[in-house]
Design a binder for this molecule. Sequence first.
Ligand code: UDP
Length: 382
Amino acid sequence: MKPLLAIAGAGFAGSVLARELAESGRYRVLVFDERPHVAGNCHTSRDAKTGVMIHHYGPHIFNTSRVDVWQYIQRWSRFGPYINRVKAHTARGVFSLPINLLTINQFFGKRFSPAEARDFLSSIGDQSIREAHSFEEQALKFVGRDLYETFFYGYTKKQWGVEPRELPASILKRLPVRFNYDDNYYNSKYQGIPEEGYTRIVEKILDHPEIEVRLGERFDPASRSEFEHLFYSGPLDGFFNYQLGRLKYRSLVFERFEESGDFQGNAVINYCEESVPYTRISEHKHFAPWENHDDTVCFREYSKLAEPEDTPYYPLRLTHDKELLDQYIQLADAEKGVTFIGRLATYRYLDMHVVIGESLDLSRICKSSQPRDWPIFSVRPH
Ligand code: UDP
């Protein structure tokens, strides 16, 4: 009999790993998920009433520059062409985001060339900031106070619940500033949306004779000894019964509404004003521009601090959280027979493609070594 592995969590982290290890021919895999569906926060399904594909835990747009990850995901689904072109609703009007040449020219009423816009932004950026240590410093250094206050201050305060000066610069570094008319939200080489959604992809990944999936069943740590090894993708602090306290997360609340026709003419519109209580409205039929639907389903998205009963989304990672994380890492390092994988178990802000890439990398390590030598973390959090 082949050794049996347990995987807690049927999101991308656990499912990709389950498939790779099952396909190695050396293991059987049992995958647990407490939810009634696979795919974790990427879960999608077609709305019974309108036929629109709904991203139940918020918009997920697949983008990556890793060719192996792009090839891997295409093995499971056809991808429709989709480029994320976000619009920002601000006190000064509606603009293209990320900040690009159109945004700059329209915002300042100019007709700058790329080189002129670059010089202009350096002239309004705060050059006294040598190395930006916070979100606010990063913004003030690169785009100056006017653009910062219009596009970033209110949105970020709503999204993270703290002043942007308390947040790391890395959060803003996710967004490019461009001196051309490219309004693609991402810099990735590949981008698209799976035609039949993410849940269908994960169902196919898990459809293998050596994989059994138990939905609606939380992994019971007491059963660990029955398995050769455990891959755990739940919250790191939860694994240790929150014994040192809770790592903080932001959670999201979605307020659904329906309209006929086209509500906003775009998949995502960010509301950057502090006075508007939600951060953005997403209109899901626009994520599949190749489909036709008479009616439309939209979601206002609100951000809040995650309470114990809420779904954790974004790791907050303020100073206190990082200190607590270090203590949980020490506890994890003392464990045997477990590997912590994915966004929640490594307490990092991760996109889908990164999670898939990390699971593919980890599976290569696991396939070329014995379980006793498998690492404690897929990627060590810091
Ligand atoms: N952000 C902002 N205004 C916007 C969009 C983003 O201030 O209109 C900031 C915000 O702090 C956000 C960060 O930039 O958390 C990264 O944005 P991204 O779109 O990557 O966030 P996600 O889509 O992952 O929520």
